[in-house]
Design a protein around this ligand. Structure first.
Ligand code: SAJ
Length: 435
């Protein structure tokens, strides 16, 4: 059978590779012409271990092709961005656009799977939109709908009678792979599959069974939506706990990493690592979807977001404190990515910190070292005082060194190079361990 993967990004492309590697015929769809073309040449536009090889092989075998227009297919896997809009609200524009593109090509009987992380109710919203665009098809919103609509007033009997053919099932199967380990986790992780109807969930299960070695856990769509959000909110709350402890430790003159290491020797304590903030496009975003759905209830989840969002500002204050009194300081900023060993700058606290320093220090030089990029992003390239250099060069020229990302390359840095410099280590990478 043919699967269309809608959105060839960090989730869609690895999923397209996994589905085609499992022997399915896959059509990758993206609105970006350059992305369609690059992937069509077997060249993914971002790095993920094993991705390039898998994509190139499937393209070569002809099992994976790419195009901009929505094809006919037996199943559609929607993996489009669901970013935050103003006011910490979910921007569902890309999900709506995907639905609008899929609806006209449906013939009846297809499976539409939403993988994008979504606020509660989004799967039903997608189904409603497809139903509205295609009154001639049956797109069940509930079990009762599916049974013929005996108890739903929403569907007039005349409309029901006109609907021909098999139902179009809309299902939520939230992605949950860790950036940097996407290819392995897409295959190995357990999956939550939430149907608007039980049949939809079962149909999606047989699709995922083609490539997943994890357990496939069936539930309803709203539970699946909220479960995914809960996973990322859980991590956000736990990182906020570590970041709040680190701020308290700074006032108390205590090394937070030593404190956490010691507390974690308790059999039921497992505190995460404090850092310069929470970045990426998931953990810093998804908890807001819960806040939006339940603003009165989600007090802890909102507070965690606020604690983590305040972390970059604390690092900026620390750096400003370290260079106070210097007319023209040179600062080495090590790392721009949102976390270790990835090239992804989206929502990166490190990037926000360097931008803030560039604005706050008119006469400083800021030398950025980020081994995963070969040019500064647009937000920094306009500043003559900001440059990109190898790690050793950046450190050699600087009087203040701020470590922002614990990349492998930063771990390997010879500590002797740091001698005589003010060092702000936001990841606890170079801390002095007690004997
Ligand atoms: N971070 C800390 N301290 C820690 C752990 C992380 O400061 O102890 C920071 C990182 O530096 C980074 C941010 O948090 O800036 C998030 O990094 P991450 O590795 O925790 O998570 P993501 O955003 O790369 O991926 C998460 C994963 N979710 C969970 O682990 C619950 C992944 O499985 C999801 O699929 C992904 O979000 C997603 O797409 O939703």
């Amino acid at each position: 059978s043919t699967v269309a993967v809608v959105g060839l990004g960090y989730i869609g492309l690895p999923t397209a590779a996994a589905l085609s590697s499992a022997g399915l015929r896959v059509i990758g769809v993206d609105t970006s012409a350059s992305r369609v073309e690059a992937v069509g040449r077997g060249e993914p536009p971002f790095v993920e271990e094993g991705l390039k090889q898998a994509v190139a092989e499937q393209i070569m075998r002809g099992r994976l092709t790419t195009q901009r227009t929505m094809p006919r297919a037996d199943a559609y896997v929607v993996a489009v961005p669901t970013p935050l809009a103003a006011g910490h609200r979910a921007d569902l524009g890309s999900v709506d656009a995907a639905g609008a593109a899929i609806a006209p090509v449906l013939a009846g009987g297809e499976l539409v799977i939403l993988e994008s992380t979504s606020p509660p109710g989004t799967t039903a919203r997608l189904a409603r939109a497809i139903q509205a665009a295609r009154p001639d098809l049956a797109v069940p919103l509930t079990e009762q709908d599916d049974a013929g609509g005996a108890t739903t007033r929403a569907t007039p009997p005349a409309a029901r009678a006109r609907r021909a053919g098999a139902a179009v099932d809309v299902v939520h199967c939230p992605e949950r792979v860790l950036p940097g380990r996407a290819m392995a986790e897409i295959v190995e992780n357990d999956r939550i599959i939430g149907g608007l109807t039980a049949r939809g969930a079962r149909r999606a299960m047989s699709l995922y069974a083609a490539f997943s070695t994890g357990e496939l856990l069936l539930t309803d769509a709203r539970t699946a939506e909220l479960a995914k959000l809960a996973e990322n909110a859980y991590r956000d709350v736990n990182i906020a706990f570590a970041n709040e402890l680190a701020a308290i430790c700074a006032d108390q003159g205590v090394d937070p990493w030593e404190l956490i290491e010691l507390a974690n020797r308790h059999p039921r304590v497992s505190i995460l690592d404090p850092g310069p903030g929470v970045g990426g496009h998931c953990i810093a975003v998804d908890p807001w979807f819960i806040v939006e759905a339940a603003p009165e209830r989600a007090r802890l989840i909102r507070a965690a977001r606020e604690v983590n969002d305040a972390a970059p500002g604390r690092v900026v204050e620390q750096v400003l404190g370290a260079v106070r009194g210097q007319a023209a300081p040179t600062i080495a900023a090590l790392g721009l990515a949102f976390k270790a060993d990835v090239d992804d700058l989206r929502g990166s606290p490190a990037l926000a910190i360097v931008e803030a320093l560039a604005r706050a220090l008119p006469r400083a030089r800021i030398i950025v070292a980020e081994p995963h990029i070969d040019a500064l992003p647009e937000s920094l390239s306009g500043w003559p005082k900001v440059s990109l250099a190898p790690i050793e060069d950046a450190v050699a020229q600087a009087s203040t060194v701020v470590l922002l990302v614990d990349h492998r390359e930063m771990r390997d840095l010879d500590h002797a190079a740091l001698a005589g410099r003010a060092v702000i280590d936001t990841r606890g990478l170079w801390r002095q361990r007690r004997p």
